[in-house]
Structure formats: C-alpha cells, structure tokens
Design a protein around this ligand. Structure first.
Ligand code: IVH
Length: 673
C-alpha cells in the first residue's frame, strides 16, 4: 500500500530526476538516461499526479515543455508556442485517444488520419516572410527558443527562398533537424579519435550541432531536415488536410518524412502499426515512434490544445524498447587514449532485441552512484536504436546481500598512477602520459584509417608489437624490419613486408593527419586541418604562441592552450623529434600558396554576406594566400562585413581597420562577380 506521504516523496524524486534530465538533454546536449527511461519517469509522474491532484504544482515538469534555453545565443520568441506530443504505448491507448476526440467532435471518426514517422532530432521553427527565410530558432521551452539562423542556413534541406507563390505572407514552418545514421557514426568516430566526448545519440548530436557558435562547424555536420507543420501568421494557405500540408511543403521545396500515409480509419492505422514498428530500426535516421494526426485541419482546430502543451489532434505511438534482465558480473574500467577512465559493466550474456549483449556502458562514476549499481546486481539492460547497450538500473528486491558497491578507482587500473578528477568533469583520468594503457590506445589511434592510415595495424598487431617489446611508441614503428616481424606469431614473409610497406607509406601523410594522429587533446580531424592550413609546417606550428593559435577561426583559447601544452611537454617534443628523424613528412601540401594576392593578410568575416557563406568566403581568402581570423585585432588587415554585422564591425571601426564588402573581397581574391 502506498501512503500519501510515499506518493509525495516519489513525486518530488521524479520531478528532481526529470528536471536534471531536462537540463542535461536540452541545455548540455549530454543526457545520462535514455529517452525510453525518461518517458517512463515522465509517465510515472503523470500517473501519480492524476491520482493525487493535490500534489500537482505549476512548476512540475509535466506542465512545461523542455528546459529553459541557456547559452550565449540570442533568444527568439515563437509567434505561436511550439507544441509537444502525448504518447501512446499500446493499441488500447491509441484507441482511447480516438474515443476522447470523438466525444469532443463525432466527425473525427471517419474523418481520416495521417501517420508519419516521428523523427528523433531537434525541433526547429523557421519564419518565412513573403517566401523568404528571415529567421530560424530552436524550440527552447516552447515559447522562447534560441536564434540559430546562420546555422540553419547551412542545411541544404532548409530552403532560403520558397518555390511557388501560394505561401502565406508570414508563417512559421516547424520541422525536425536530424543527423543521418551514417553521419552520426562518422561524427562520433571523429570525436572519439580526438579524445572529445561522443554524443549519446543522433538527437543530441543534431541539437549540439545546431547550437554551435560557428556555422562552419554546423555545416561540417551535414544536418538534414524534415518539415511537418505550417503555422500561418498572416494570410491563408490552401491545404485543408495534413496530408495536403505535406504535399504543399514538398512543392515549396521542403523535404517531408517519406513514409507518411493517409488512412480512412483508426483501425487501418492500427493494422499498419506493426509494419511501421518493423521499419523503425532500419531507417537511415533515428526514429522513436509514429505520429498519428487527425487529417482534417478544421477538426484539428476544433480539438485544440491541452494545457498549452499538447495538441489533442496528434499523438505519438511509441514502442517500448527491448529490455532484458541479467546479472552484472563486474564493473571494469577502460583506459582511453586521453587517459579517461571509462567504467563499463560486464554482463552475463543476454539477448536484447535480437542481439547478444555482454557489456554495457556505465557512463561515469556519478551515474553508478546515483543509480546505486553494484557488482553482482541483477540489472535491467536496454538497447534502443543505434544506441550502445545501457544499464537502466538494479533490481534492488533481488539483492541477497552479496552485492558489492562500486568504489571509483583511486588509481589507474593499468599503471597504478593516482587518478585525478577535474572539478568540472564527470570523468576521472589517468594523468600519466606514459601509461601503457594510454600508449596502447594512442598507437592504435595513430595507425587508424582516419589518421596515418597504416593498413593492417590494428588492436591485435599493436598488442603483439608492444608485448614483444619491438615498439614503445609510434616512432619505433619506423624502425621495424621484415626480419623483426617474421619472428612473431601470425606473421609470414608477405604480411610482414606488407606491414613494413604500409608503415613506410605513412611517412608521406600530410601534416594535418600527423597532428590528428598524435592525439593532442581537443584536436580532432577538422581542427588538425584548420591548424595545418594556418601553420603549414610543423616547425611553424611548434613556434606558434597561444595568442596566434587562438586567432585561427574555430581554434579558440582552450585548444590553443592544449596545443602549446602538448609541444611544450619534453616527452612529446622528443617523440616529435624522433618522428622527424624517422622521415615523417611535416608539411601540409594543400595549404595556402605563400604567394597569392592576399599573402600575409589577415581577414575577419562578420555578418551574413549576400552570396557567399562564411565558409566559402574563408576558403576564397585562404586560396588567395590570406588567413582568416576569428577576432579583430591590430593585426587584422580588413574586416569583410555583411548584414547584421555586430561587435566585430564596431571593434574594426574603433581600431580604424578597413571594412570591405563581399564584392570588394571577390575583387581582391581575383574572382570578380
Ligand atoms: S507534430 C504541432 N510530427 O516530436 C506539431 N512532431 O515529441 C506537433 N517530431 O515537438 C508535432 N517528428 O519536434 C510532429 N512527424 C512529426 C514529428 C514530430 C518528430 C517531434 C517534434 C515535436 C516532438 C514531440
């Protein structure tokens, strides 16, 4: 029996968990619990609040949409609130939804439905005036979002100018920005290789990419968008049903979810659900359900919105994720290349959603403590979509007292150096740069396809070479001979000479790949390229000071400090010298020609240019031998200003630095319009 006191305590605990999850999800783009678990918490809170209306408060997360926007991005008030959707987890809940609507308006039955896939991305709101995109924003709390227009303009699926002429004079287009599964995998692989935190799922990656301060970064993420809603503000539009709305959006130049379909009755929708569920996990983008919408717009209007939060005319049919129960045998810790100590669960193998799972991520020690996960526990394990298996939590009622609480590692499990935990991070690190665990991961990374691309040198071979004491770091690779290798197991004359040749070939890689391969903290593939373009020789880069480095657009102070720290470290400097002595190339062949028309000049770009994106303008400057800086200083040659140029323009004027427009820039780089 639960007492009212129990319910009150549970409600408070749920609210706290949900608020924390909201913040991590919407503000930090770094959730600790899965969407499915969030839905369960939310559902439990809803149920408790409706059973105990006296506990309902205005500040309950059930009464709001998402979290408050944070960050330095400009705020954007939506003309109309951006709504959320109610969920139905079963055929019964879906039928009950229709019943409620029919009671409000009997025409709903037989009025038709449209079903479409629910894309798991980041909701956006695009404002079009006379068919032209004038602004774009994230959802934020549903009323106020963040203005991210320059970022949205980099997305190919976001039309800048609509086709046709039948658009309302002023309207909002709502849709979902997402990252395709392949783009997500590549992005995370790059981040992992760079020692940067990976995104938990494509949704967070999309949201994080949208909220970048540099549109170039957004562009590089290859975001896409599906549109699904027209909110007219001034003037009408011709569609009378949702189905027609999707056709109109297509005609105007938007992409719409391709599996949308009209049904006459809810029974037909119900029959189609199994088919939808079957394709969900196979789509090239992350999807977390099917949205069913009352098709007729007049009925939609009549049904209206509940509590300013959810339309009555639409519902998300969701599918419970695959969950299995198994024994958590042990908590182990993996040492990453950057020294991060990552705890994971070793499980009694169990099948979840058709796949056998024997390990699952535990994220970090705080989460283990928060969920009170112990070695020996029976745990629930979940796999949802692309996401790596997760431990949902322990089944406390099945404990017998033999379970062992987890104590965060005071020392690195490999080299036993005391671990450190930076105050603002959830991860613990092994600070020892010569930790064998870190060295091992570091060599594998150096040889990876994305870095120095040494074919045939993966985890197993690296392990073998280290164990045989043939190598101690990456510079030793260049001394290996066929004779060394053939003495080892699983090496024949041919495979040995292939590996030696692959190592030899890696000497010719451009500087950017070498930089990436060295595994400087925060320096991923893109950053390595930015650095190598700005400082086309290793010698120049090693000489560069923090200020100069931070001036390269996209680099900034944190990365600049990391680069200086890396080369300033005696062991790293010695390693780099050994690589140079081994004959590794230290130049970026495609870097700016030294003699171009803008040689030696430093340009800053600000505002939106009439024709070129910032990336295009930057590339034009670099092709002409110039350099692009992120901030205006006395060293700036000129500022290229477009519309809505802000503080940089003011600063240029203060310093008396020349300000030019796009046309002048094109003239200078030698490609007049
Ligand atoms: S309709 C007024 N359709 O899911 C329109 N939403 O959980 C209400 N979403 O805020 C939403 N795919 O960001 C709709 N095909 C789809 C969707 C979709 C994804 C998102 C949307 C919404 C959230 C609610």
């Amino acid at each position: 029996m639960t007492t009212p006191g129990d319910a009150a305590r549970r409600v408070e605990a749920l609210r706290e968990q949900i608020r924390r999850a909201n913040h991590l999800y919407h503000v930090q783009d770094a959730p600790e619990i899965s969407d499915a678990e969030y839905d369960r918490l939310f559902h439990e809170l809803r149920v408790l609040e409706s059973a105990h209306p006296e506990l309902l408060t205005a500040d309950s997360p059930t009464q709001r949409v998402g979290a408050e926007p944070s960050s330095s991005l400009r705020k954007h008030s939506h003309h109309r609130p951006m709504l959320s959707l109610a969920n139905a987890f079963s055929a019964e809940e879906l039928a009950a939804w229709e019943e409620r609507n029919v009671r409000l308006n009997p025409d709903v039955r037989g009025g038709g439905y449209t079903a479409e896939i629910k894309i798991d991305g980041a909701a956006v709101n695009l404002t079009y005036a006379r068919g032209r995109l004038i602004s774009g924003a994230t959802r934020g709390n549903g009323v106020v979002g963040e203005e991210v227009t320059p970022n949205l303009r980099t997305i190919d699926d976001v039309p800048i100018e609509l086709r046709g002429r039948d658009h309302p004079a002023l309207m909002e287009i709502r849709g979902e920005v997402y990252l395709a599964a392949t783009a997500f995998r590549k992005l995370n692989a790059r981040r992992e290789a760079a020692g940067e935190p990976t995104f938990a799922n494509p949704r967070n990656a999309a949201a994080g990419s949208l909220r970048q301060l540099d549109p170039k970064v957004t562009r590089s993420r290859r975001l896409r968008m599906f549109a699904f809603h027209i909110e007219p503000i001034e003037g009408p539009f011709s569609a009378t049903t949702h189905h027609e709305t999707l056709e109109l959006l297509t005609a105007w130049g938007f992409q719409v979810e391709p599996h949308h379909r009209r049904f006459e009755t809810l029974e037909q929708v119900q029959e189609a659900i199994a088919g939808y569920e079957a394709i969900l996990s196979e789509l090239p983008f992350e999807a977390d359900g099917v949205v069913i919408k009352v098709d007729r717009r007049d009925l939609q209007e009549d049904l209206g919105v509940v509590g300013g939060r959810e339309p009555r005319w639409a519902i998300a049919r969701k599918f419970a994720p695959e969950v299995a129960v198994t024994r958590l045998k042990e908590i182990r810790v993996n040492v990453g290349r950057t020294g991060a100590l990552n705890p994971y669960a070793v499980l009694e193998p169990v099948e979840v959603g058709g796949v056998t799972v024997s390990t699952a991520t535990l994220h970090n020690e705080d989460l283990i403590a928060q969920k009170d996960i112990r070695e020996g526990d029976w745990v629930e394990v979940m796999r949802a979509g692309e996401v790596i298996p997760q431990v949902i939590g322990p089944l406390r009622e099945r404990r017998d007292g033999s379970e062992r609480p987890y104590a965060p590692l005071e020392e690195c499990p490999i080299c036993h150096t005391p671990s450190v935990r930076p105050p603002d991070e959830a991860a613990r690190y092994c600070p020892n740069a010569s930790c064998p665990g870190r060295i091992f991961e570091g060599i594998v990374h150096y040889a990876a396809r994305e870095a120095m691309d040494i074919r045939g040198l993966g985890y197993e071979r690296v392990r073998q070479l280290l164990d045989a004491e043939l190598i101690a770091d990456v510079s030793d690779l260049y001394r290996l001979t066929v004779a060394d290798l053939v003495r080892l197991d699983r090496f024949a004359e041919q495979s040995a000479s292939q590996l030696v040749a692959a190592i030899e070939a890696s000497k010719a890689r451009p500087l950017s790949l070498l930089l990436f391969g060295l595994g400087i903290r925060h320096v991923g593939k893109n950053l390595a390229q930015l650095l190598a373009r700005a400082f086309p020789t290793l010698a120049a880069l090693r000489r560069a000071g923090e200020g100069e480095l931070a001036d390269v657009p996209g680099v900034g102070p944190t990365i600049a400090a990391a680069v200086v720290e890396f080369f300033g470290n005696a062991a790293n400097a010695a390693l780099v010298d050994r690589l140079i002595a081994a004959g590794v190339a230290t130049e970026e062949p495609n870097a700016a020609p030294r003699g171009g028309p803008l040689a030696g000049a430093v340009y800053v770009i600000t505002g939106t240019l009439p024709n070129l994106s910032r990336a295009e303008a930057g590339a034009a400057i670099e092709r002409a031998g110039g350099r692009v800086a992120g901030s205006v200083s006395k060293k700036t040659t000129a500022v290229v200003a477009g519309v809505e140029a802000g503080g940089k323009l003011d600063r240029a004027r203060q310093l008396g630095i020349e300000v030019i427009d796009e046309a002048e820039l094109l003239r200078r780089v030698g490609s007049a319009p």
